[in-house]
Design a protein around this ligand. Sequence first.
Ligand SMILES: CCCCCCCCCCCCCCCC(=O)SCCNC(=O)CCNC(=O)[C@H](O)C(C)(C)COP(=O)(O)OP(=O)(O)OC[C@H]1O[C@@H](n2cnc3c(N)ncnc32)[C@H](O)[C@@H]1OP(=O)(O)O
Ligand SMILES: NC(=O)C1=CN([C@@H]2O[C@H](COP(=O)(O)OP(=O)(O)OC[C@H]3O[C@@H](n4cnc5c(N)ncnc54)[C@H](OP(=O)(O)O)[C@@H]3O)[C@@H](O)[C@H]2O)C=CC1
Length: 515
Amino acid sequence: MSSIAAYYNGKTVLITGATGFMGKVLVEKLLRSSPGVKAVYILVRPKAGQSMQNRVVTMVKCKIFDRIREEHPNFHEKIKPINAELTQPNLAISPEDAQELASQINVVFHCAATVRFDEPLKHALLLNVRGTQQLLLLARQMQKLEAFIHISTAYANCPRRYIDEVIYPTPVDPQRLLDLVEWMDESLIQEITPKLIKEWPNTYTFTKALAEYLIVQEKGNLNAAIIRPSIVGASWHEPFPGWIDNYNGTSGIFIAAGKGILQTIKANIDAVADIIPVDVVINITLAAGWYTAVHRPKSMLVYNCTTGGTNPFCWGEMEDYVRSAFKRFPLDQPFRTPNAIITSNYLIYQYWITVRHKVPALLYDLYLRLTGRKPRMMKIFNRLHKMIMLLEYFSCQSWEWNSDNLTMLINQLSPEDRKLFSIDVRQLHWPEYIENYCLGAKKYVLKEDLSGIPAAKQHLRKLRNIRYAFNTTLLVIIWRVFIARSQMARNIWYFVVSLCYKFLYYFKASSTLNH
Ligand SMILES: CCCCCCCCCCCCCCCC(=O)SCCNC(=O)CCNC(=O)[C@H](O)C(C)(C)COP(=O)(O)OP(=O)(O)OC[C@H]1O[C@@H](n2cnc3c(N)ncnc32)[C@H](O)[C@@H]1OP(=O)(O)O
Ligand SMILES: NC(=O)C1=CN([C@@H]2O[C@H](COP(=O)(O)OP(=O)(O)OC[C@H]3O[C@@H](n4cnc5c(N)ncnc54)[C@H](OP(=O)(O)O)[C@@H]3O)[C@@H](O)[C@H]2O)C=CC1
């Protein structure tokens, strides 16, 4: 039997962020691969008027659990939700629940975080740094704890070009920053944020770096490890190919491109698109949990989980794969034909933004106004441009990550484990993966039915004909205006027309002769 699966059987596991994108994949894989796991505690907060219990009921009904529902219909009985809010002191966990966790938990997986790039610094610090600090405090009270696994990001140290599997010191002590935001006025924090985060592009990556450093400072003798995935994409194989449930990272860009809204994006065609499938990240996480608990490495291990070093591919190739994926599986009712152009040149980008985004948006909004509807296209484009601007830092540069610890982990796996917890991305075939990714975005994010594909293709043909007609009309108008003003243009025009006439005459004459 697989050593990893066997290890988790009989264990009690705590997962934070279980309702999130990666958390759900983790819960599913853990329960499916180790059906003997004793219990999976998850920290959940009430949200958007939904109680914690209702949220868990909704979560287990999610499509991602379809496979395990078939294999182990009572899987949900192992899931034990605990009411918690990570930004609050003691994680807002009741003393009774804290007591239960302290006496039961064997392994902690800490996934919860805010992943928004525009998160105000105070909130990002309270959740990503103080939340981690409070969880460490709780973990240190857990009598049976064997491993504490923290999910960070490969971009936590993005101001560096080469990133080793070590914890780098941060420009400011995490605790001092936490103390500062405790008393400082929010507007003042907003104002000094660029000075505090220094070379980091956003509060997300900055606070993830602080959290890593804080773990080194405050883990005591906890047996901990850190997982650093790059851009987490749809699943490769498990529980089924192409599973994705949000608009983060590349997913939102793919969807916007598929809907024909995004027609240009700022990215370097030669920069590495370091996407790693979510199921690979979760397999690495479970394998690292097993290795940390069983082998108890002397120092805390950091695992850089990236694809650029072993199976690189770049944004330029991605452009083609995404286009051809949406040609085969078009999204319903696209605004325009999916045909996104990538450029890293500022002027060219501004030109494309004007011609391919703003002008069509203005025309469409004008049409909506004239037909008595509320204009909305310009608003959508403004949000899209903000998103592109926030992603630009990652799409225009490449990084190099050392992955010796990951290679070591792969070498530690038995043949059985390698099959059940596949983490080797060298076999990943990018065109096929991207096609499944785009199809997954259609099925699981947009919840579009595949039976609508013929109608979507028909719609695309209609859009193409409209484009041809529009371009031809525009050309004729421009040419007519030009002809009216220039003798030379008129001469060229008469020359072309007479040439066409002669050609037609010759063609007609030769076909008459043939008969
Ligand atoms: C073909 C060429 C490829 C080239 C391609 C290059 C890409 C280069 C990627 C690099 C990627 C780096 C990734 C670093 C690796 C980590 O570690 S990052 C972890 C992942 N984190 C992220 O990606 C977060 C980035 N996103 C954000 O920070 C925020 O979403 C933004 C961009 C600031 C936007 O904020 P916002 O305008 O307030 O919008 P947001 O609240 O997100 O969404 C509002 C609504 O719009 C919906 N929505 C959002 N996006 C969309 C969309 N695209 N379509 C439709 N609806 C959408 C949401 O679902 C939401 O709906 P409701 O929930 O309200 O019903
Ligand atoms: N997605 C990616 O591309 C990458 C992600 N990562 C890391 O992976 C981890 C998981 O990311 P991902 O699954 O994508 O993120 P999601 O945004 O999908 O999930 C975040 C999770 O954290 C929970 N959470 C947020 N705020 C709180 C709070 N105040 N109290 C309790 N729980 C809270 C959310 O719960 P709720 O449902 O209540 O909001 C949700 O379960 C993060 O640590 C992230 O930094 C690293 C690299 C890339």
